[in-house]
Design a protein around this ligand. Structure first.
Ligand SMILES: C[S@@+](CC[C@H](N)C(=O)[O-])C[C@H]1O[C@@H](n2cnc3c(N)ncnc32)[C@H](O)[C@@H]1O
Length: 213
């Protein structure tokens, strides 16, 4: 089967990486708080894989200082910026250039895996593949973000597509859809959080039921 190409696989070049932190990260304060809250509930976290790590939004969170951290991304330009940003950090960090469609790590290699702000870029069947790969790498927990179809933001996007004829390459689904991808692999949905009234980005935490399996 041919895996469909999607823009997020190739669009994060030097130019996009340069403005990503300024343009996108400024709007992530609320998301960071949601993430930290979920991670606090998992404390102590023994190791963390952040895939994709982008330009190091999560890597730079001072609240995660004590946790051995690995950032993985496909785009060299994004990874370079993340590495630069964390150069002076005193904690254990590692970086991998890798593809979430086929992660270059062993099964259950990390205590917790984060897969943030990627699923909404992915068409099927790539999206299911990435969900399963992220979960495969985690021994205890995996956190995804996804775009919920019933949020006002998403409705605005659909309306824009309708009015302009320009197709949006953002995909929405529910946490139930992720749950169905993972249920047979021994995972269960443990928590879900919105990131604000009417916003489409939501966080979903999955826990492994068969931790010794
Ligand atoms: C919107 S950014 C999100 C980055 C980070 N998770 C955050 O929340 O700030 C999407 C990232 O996904 C990466 N990406 C896209 N396809 C990928 C793949 N197949 N494997 C690994 N990274 C990928 C891009 O290079 C980009 O850095």
């Amino acid at each position: 089967m041919t895996v469909p190409e999607y823009a997020a696989r190739t669009k994060y070049d030097r130019r996009v990486a340069k403005r990503y932190r300024r343009d996108a990260e400024g709007r992530r304060g609320r998301e960071n708080r949601v993430l930290l809250d979920l991670l606090r509930g998992l404390s102590p976290v023994e190791s963390l894989l952040d895939a994709p790590c982008g330009v190091g939004r999560v890597a730079a969170l001072s609240e995660l200082q004590g946790i051995p951290y690995t950032g993985l991304d496909l785009a060299p330009a994004m990874l370079e910026r993340a590495v630069d940003r964390c150069r002076d950090e005193k904690r254990t960090v590692a970086w991998i250039r890798g593809d979430l469609e086929s992660l270059p790590v062993k099964g259950r290699a990390f205590d917790v895996v984060l897969c943030l702000r990627l699923l909404h870029h992915l068409p099927e069947p790539t999206r299911s593949r990435v969900v399963q790969e992220a979960a495969r790498a985690a021994s205890r927990a995996v956190v995804f973000t996804y775009f919920h179809p019933f949020a006002l933001h998403y409705a605005q996007r659909r309306l824009k597509t309708f009015l302009t004829g320009r197709v949006s390459h953002r995909y929405s689904h529910t946490s139930g859809w992720i749950d169905r991808c993972l249920r047979d692999e021994g995972w269960r949905l443990a928590a879900e959080r919105g990131t604000g009234f009417l916003r489409e980005t939501r966080y979903a935490l999955f826990l492994r039921d068969d931790r010794d399996g």
